[in-house]
Design a binder for this molecule. Structure first.
Ligand code: ADP
Ligand code: GN1
Ligand code: MG
Length: 355
């Protein structure tokens, strides 16, 4: 690890470097120095992000663009370049590392604690989208092709089901049926986008609560992190992915499904925050499809977890047997719950948006 740390111009001497956070994709370390100064060191998941150069060019461009608007390293994720001025460091064995300033005196939550915090996270993601309105989208590299192409996610699911390399399909028939029963609806937003009925914007695409930092004292937004998937996308997907994670009354991997409920008050709190931060720029079709974004992001994520379970857990990091199956079950429980309160969700959005 020392050789990696040495590649970066850190303040002081490293005193510890321990695994940190609960992201499913990258390997994150908290790097402490005797300065004292805190950093976040990350091993980039090169399996998933094939074009690390393109990925890091995006991160540098987006953070640079935001920093011009808000020159404050607590309010914008701040990349620390290597001593050679590169956006990342590649080791001799082909591993990729990057360094960020640690966002100090901040809160990063794995679970919603209060509706007010969830509201504030919505303001953060809404503002993020708003700040990037004029960012030149054509300069962004597509870091994961077809990331929220739900139709393509279904195609990959069908392939996994057919191959069933570990014989796991027999153990998740109910979940498979759940997926198949919703295939037609799953493609609605992608088709609307293709037909020009929903605009492409520069979006975050991974808006879960632990990808936003709030100020520890005021519990108001500091910055949005995890910028690996900032790409052209749908506003409704950013809205929806936050709802998927945060309006769940239980953890994403809760095994007791009776604890997993879709919370309308949390949905409402998030919707208020999101609409207050970026509602005015949204088209009527975008407003109309916010509930659908929530449902389809939850369905898509469940499909991705199930696909990974069938394929032997090669994408999302797991910590126990059947972890991805447990995750998929919570997502489908949430989808089923949303279906029960569908009209209420839609009425609420129109009421809050005033149109
Ligand atoms: P992943 O793609 O694996 O989710 P993230 O970039 O989201 O990786 O980082 C994982 C976790 O590390 C975050 O959820 C957060 O808790 C923490 N983290 C990441 N970057 C920072 C930062 N700059 N300051 C403080 N904490 C951070
Ligand atoms: C991953 O990287 P992380 O843990 O913030 C995933 C998201 C999923 C999420 C499910 C690049 O997010 O798309 O919605 O897990 N990120 C990537 O928790 O695939
Ligand atoms: Mg993350």
């Amino acid at each position: 690890m020392q050789a990696i740390i040495n590649a970066f111009p850190i303040e002081g001497n490293a005193v510890s470097c321990e695994r940190y956070g609960s992201g499913h994709i990258n390997e994150t370390y908290l790097l402490l120095t005797d300065a004292p100064h805190k950093y976040i060191l990350q091993k980039i998941n090169h399996n998933i992000f094939k074009d690390v150069d393109g990925l890091m060019a995006n991160v540098a461009a987006v953070t640079g663009y935001l920093f011009k608007q808000t020159p404050d390293s607590r309010r914008v994720l701040t990349l620390v370049k290597t001593k050679n001025g590169a956006n990342y460091y590649k080791t001799e064995n082909g591993e990729y590392f990057r360094l960020y300033e640690f966002v100090t005196d901040s809160l990063c939550m794995d679970r919603v604690e209060t509706a007010e915090d969830f509201y504030q996270s919505a303001v953060a993601f809404g503002q993020f989208q708003q700040q990037l309105t004029d960012f030149p989208a054509e300069t962004l590299n597509e870091t994961i092709p077809h990331f929220h192409d739900t139709i393509d996610r279904y195609r990959i699911f069908h392939e996994a089901l057919k191959a069933d390399p570990l014989g796991r399909a027999a153990g998740c028939q109910a979940e498979i049926e759940f997926v198949l029963a919703r295939e037609e609806e799953a493609g609605v937003m992608v088709r609307m986008m293709q037909e020009g009925k929903l605009p492409l914007r520069v979006t975050h695409n991974d808006t879960k609560l632990n990808n936003v930092m709030l100020d520890a004292k005021t519990r108001t937004p500091l910055c949005v992190i995890d910028l690996d998937t900032v790409m052209p996308g749908l506003a409704g997907n950013d809205f929806g992915d936050s709802i998927r994670f945060g309006a769940n009354t239980a953890a994403e991997d809760e095994q007791d499904l009776s604890k997993v409920q879709f919370s309308i008050p949390l949905f409402e709190a998030y919707a208020k925050g999101f609409l207050s931060a970026c509602g005015e720029v949204l088209t009527q079709a975008e407003i109309d499809t916010l509930p659908l974004g929530a449902k389809l992001m939850t369905l898509e994520c469940g499909v991705r977890f199930l696909t990974d379970h069938l394929m032997g857990d090669t994408y999302f990091r797991i910590h126990r047997e059947n972890h991805n199956l447990d995750r998929c079950r919570t997502q489908f429980k949430l989808v089923a719950e949303m279906e029960k309160v569908w009209d209420q969700m839609n009425d609420l959005i129109h009421q809050l948006a005033g149109r």
